[in-house]
Design a protein around this ligand. Structure first.
Ligand code: ADP
Ligand code: MG
Length: 174
């Protein structure tokens, strides 16, 4: 088990040799009319394209934080699943689904969005690539991620996520 905990990826070529990225926790969010239907379609697209869905949390409504004034509330949920490809292949997949569901590829941060899919966790692997940080640095301080995560993520991985938050704090990643 210990060696699993020390797995980390800091350059792309290491992705192929680092065994097990499972289970994977994704976070979905959106605050433009039709979000639940978009979540349904995104789940279908994920499973059609090789992401095996194990469980989906209840959707929760949360106030928009940091978006433009008057932004509508967000709907958020978490998805637990399995992925046999590399982490960047999964990011390519989630980003292509965001675009297919109406989010511009060059979207700015902190604005209303049709669909945001974040990769929160990939087993015990730590990833620090320019395009992908896992565990997601802000996940453990966001109630809209942690609340649905606690519904479906095994307790040992919740602890790993919380511990990682402490490490990020020390490294000044927030
Ligand atoms: P936010 O999710 O905070 O609204 P975006 O969805 O706009 O931000 O993401 C911006 C960038 O974050 C993406 O281009 C992606 O490359 C990068 N990124 C880094 N780590 C992750 C991760 N764990 N999950 C999703 N995107 C990530
Ligand atoms: Mg995102």
């Amino acid at each position: 088990m210990q060696s699993q905990h020390s797995n980390s990826i800091v350059n792309e070529s290491e992705q192929r040799s680092t065994g097990n990225f499972n289970p994977v926790l994704l976070s979905f969010g959106g605050n433009i009319a039709g979000t639940l239907e978009r979540f349904e379609r995104a789940l279908q697209l994920l499973s059609q394209r090789g992401f095996r869905i194990l469980s989906v949390s209840e959707p929760l409504i949360n106030p928009a934080i940091g978006c433009e004034p008057g932004a509508a509330d967000f709907t958020n949920l978490c998805v637990l699943g399995e992925w046999q490809g590399t982490p960047l292949e999964l990011l390519d997949l989630t980003q292509s689904i965001e675009v297919e569901e109406g989010r511009p590829a060059d979207h700015p941060h902190w604005v209303s969005r049709t669909l945001d899919i974040d990769i929160i966790l990939m087993g015990y692997v730590k990833i620090d690539l320019p395009r992908l940080k896992v565990p997601h640095p802000l996940a453990s301080v966001r109630d809209f991620v942690m609340k649905p995560a606690r519904e479906i993520l095994p307790e040992d991985l919740i602890k790993f996520l919380e511990n990682q938050a402490e490490i990020y704090k020390k490294e000044d990643k927030f």
